[in-house]
Design a protein around this ligand. Structure first.
Ligand SMILES: [Mg+2]
Length: 233
């Protein structure tokens, strides 16, 4: 039985990863100039992974990680103009228009009549609040929750605050690490909708067994799946 549905935001409701990819490409070009072409994307990815514990999973942390990586790899030779360039890339990411993914709005329109919906996302509070408003989707949701990390503890805290029993809670998202496993761990249900290259997801991430968990190929399949589940119950 599903009584409440929560959606992840980045690459579940709207596009996010493409902005990071574009920024990474600009960073790569800059570093190749300094390092005579010997730059590898993994340098930045490793800095980001190390910094998640300090900055969380967001655009601002990504920007700081670019600057840190550039300082390390160039041995401090990176010019002030180029540091400014990296700051500007970060600001452009924060100001980028929100591109809602295909079929999302129709699905929310349909489901919001039957279920209370919420958004549970991680990232920077100010950035995600602004994105939520700019997405034009806010009217479909009861609330927005921005977490610094999505772990079982933070999900439990939200459910307790909203007086929702885990058994009737369904989380929909594109990351096994942050949207699926922690929710299953506290006794909730989860729908995984993979997206190409989920952010900071380990390459070998185990998929849960079907049950309170299901994998759909597209968000457009969600209403039908919920209906079939309701009929089966
Ligand atoms: Mg996501």
């Amino acid at each position: 039985m599903v009584e409440y549905i929560a959606f992840d935001a980045d690459d579940t409701l709207w596009q996010s990863e493409t902005h990071f990819r574009e920024a990474q490409a600009q960073f790569r070009l800059l570093m190749q100039e300094y390092l005579n072409g010997s730059y590898d994307d993994r340098y930045l990815q490793e800095t980001e992974r190390r910094n998640i514990q300090h900055y969380g999973d967001g655009v601002k942390g990504f920007g700081l990680s670019m600057i840190e990586t550039a300082l390390e790899l160039t041995g401090g030779r990176i010019s002030p103009e180029h540091i400014r360039f990296l700051v500007n890339i970060t600001k452009e990411m924060l100001a980028a228009p929100v591109q809602v993914l295909p079929e999302v709005e129709a699905v929310l329109d349909e489901l919001s009549g039957d279920y209370p919906l919420m958004v549970i996302t991680n990232g920077d509070l100010l950035d995600q609040e602004a994105r939520f408003v700019r997405s034009g989707l806010s009217e479909y949701f009861r609330c927005l929750e921005v977490l610094s990390t999505k772990d079982p503890f933070s999900y439990s805290r939200i459910l307790r605050r909203h007086r929702i029993r885990p058994e009737v809670f369904l989380m929909v998202g594109n990351s096994l690490r942050s949207d699926i496993w922690p929710v299953l761990e506290i006794g909730g249900q989860a729908v995984y909708i993979p997206s190409p290259g989920a952010r900071n997801e380990p390459l070998q991430m185990e998929e849960p067994k079907p049950g309170p968990y299901v994998r759909l190929e597209h968000i457009g399949q969600l209403p039908e799946w919920l209906e079939a589940r309701l009929l089966a119950a």
